[in-house]
Design a protein around this ligand. Structure first.
Ligand SMILES: NC(=O)c1ccc[n+]([C@@H]2O[C@H](COP(=O)([O-])OP(=O)(O)OC[C@H]3O[C@@H](n4cnc5c(N)ncnc54)[C@H](O)[C@@H]3O)[C@@H](O)[C@H]2O)c1
Ligand SMILES: [Zn+2]
Length: 358
């Protein structure tokens, strides 16, 4: 990820989780490491990670947070700060975020603010975290008023991805993460889209070679976009494909009903259809996107949702500027534009269709 002084490497492999310890270098001699993880990930990978550090004579303490989105809050943040103090974390120390996007986001926030910033490594263990949240340096917690409302840009020292960790990930989580993968094909790379179509079965089976390529290409695309727009002034907004309506659905349904990737899959289905209805995208291309989404991901049918409330929710999005709602729309598979002039009547009609249809 090219960001001048803040550039970093993303290492992708199969069975390389212990290599994370190698990213703690001489600068960190005698320094302590804090591994932050959630209960589930701790039970599967915690010991391995601690051992990897101990083999290098580095003392690593583990801090475990409860599983789930509810942990991404100010109480967890405060607990992490206190734990860092107890573990003797100093400016030379490294914090390791081992887990999904929840662990990555709250740990990155804690690392970015403790002692005005200590280094951290991302070791993402969900598809969503590997292809999206661990790269780009956006870290945040949720407030009662909404998701991700307090946060900062704080880039990791490096990202270490072991795709074999995806073997233990529940299928629902795998499919949710793959929605973001399809997103990269739609917004940036038609030939990647073709690869996803040709290899769908192997992707779902977490074939090491195929999934490594999928994760690598996704990370490359995210890195390219982020590298040209670190703080989301322009190009980075295309990463919000499917997210205007997806976020609104996620909020309206209430946390825990749909996974982020499921809400985004639905939002992408709707945005793709809107693109076609506006005459920007061929209907055959819209069908192609929808078909791949259904194959690799789960597109929910949010039957009990009210279209007006959903659309009202898009106006509250923190990315809405001066009351104008931005939609990322497709011009072809591999090319999107950001529009703030989409007719709400059209949005409502397409939303209503997709509430029934998924
Ligand atoms: N910072 C960003 O740029 C960014 C981007 C997208 C999403 N996010 C955030 O990411 C979060 C969602 O992340 P997520 O989908 O990874 O959810 P998550 O962190 O809650 O992980 C999902 C579930 O999978 C379990 N798990 C993780 N790895 C596992 C493994 N290898 N094997 C078995 N179980 C495993 C976890 O314990 C959890 O129950 C949201 O809070 C979202 O806001 C951030
Ligand atoms: Zn997303």
């Amino acid at each position: 990820v090219e960001l001048g002084e803040r550039s970093y490497q993303v290492e992708i492999g199969a069975g390389n989780i212990s290599a994370a310890a190698a990213h703690v270098n001489n600068k960190n001699k005698n320094a302590r490491v804090a591994i932050v993880t959630d209960e589930v990930v701790e039970s599967i990978y915690g010991e391995k990670m601690v051992n990897a550090f101990e083999e290098r004579n580095i003392t690593a303490g583990t801090v475990v947070i409860p599983v789930g989105e509810e942990s991404k809050n100010v109480e967890t943040l405060a607990m992490l700060w206190d734990s860092f103090a107890e573990l003797g974390i100093d400016r030379k120390s490294v914090v390791v975020a081992l887990g999904g996007g929840v662990v990555g986001d709250v740990t990155g926030f804690a690392a970015g603010t403790y002692l005005r910033g200590v280094d951290y490594l991302q070791v993402p263990t969900t598809i969503l975290a590997q292809v999206d949240s661990s790269v780009g340096g956006k870290v945040a917690i949720n407030l009662h008023a909404g998701k991700n409302l307090a946060g900062l840009f704080y880039q990791p020292r490096s990202v270490v991805i072991d795709v074999l960790t995806l073997k233990t990930l529940p299928e629902r989580e795998v499919r949710a993460g793959l929605a973001e993968v399809v997103k990269y094909g739609v917004i940036w790379d038609e030939s990647f889209m073709g690869y996803l179509e040709d290899n769908a079965a192997k992707i779902l089976a977490i074939d090491p070679e195929v999934i490594s390529h999928v994760v690598m290409r996704s990370v490359q695309i995210k890195a390219e976009v982020v590298g040209s727009d670190e703080t989301e002034q322009g190009l980075r907004r295309i990463l919000n494909y499917g997210h205007t309506l997806g976020h609104s659905l996620e909020n309206l349904a209430g946390y825990g009903v749909y996974l982020h990737g499921e809400a985004v899959a639905w939002g992408m289905a709707v945005a793709t259809r809107i693109s076609a209805e506006m005459g920007m995208l061929k209907y055959s291309d819209a069908d192609r996107v929808l078909e791949l989404l259904k194959k690799l991901s789960n597109v929910p049918k949010p039957a009990d949702i009210d279209a007006d409330e959903l659309i009202a929710g898009t106006r509250k999005d923190k990315k809405a500027q001066a009351g104008k709602v931005n939609y990322v729309l497709a011009e072809s598979v591999g090319r999107v534009v950001v529009r703030d002039d989409v007719d709400e009547g059209l949005v409502k009609r397409v939303v209503e269709e997709h509430i029934e249809r998924g």
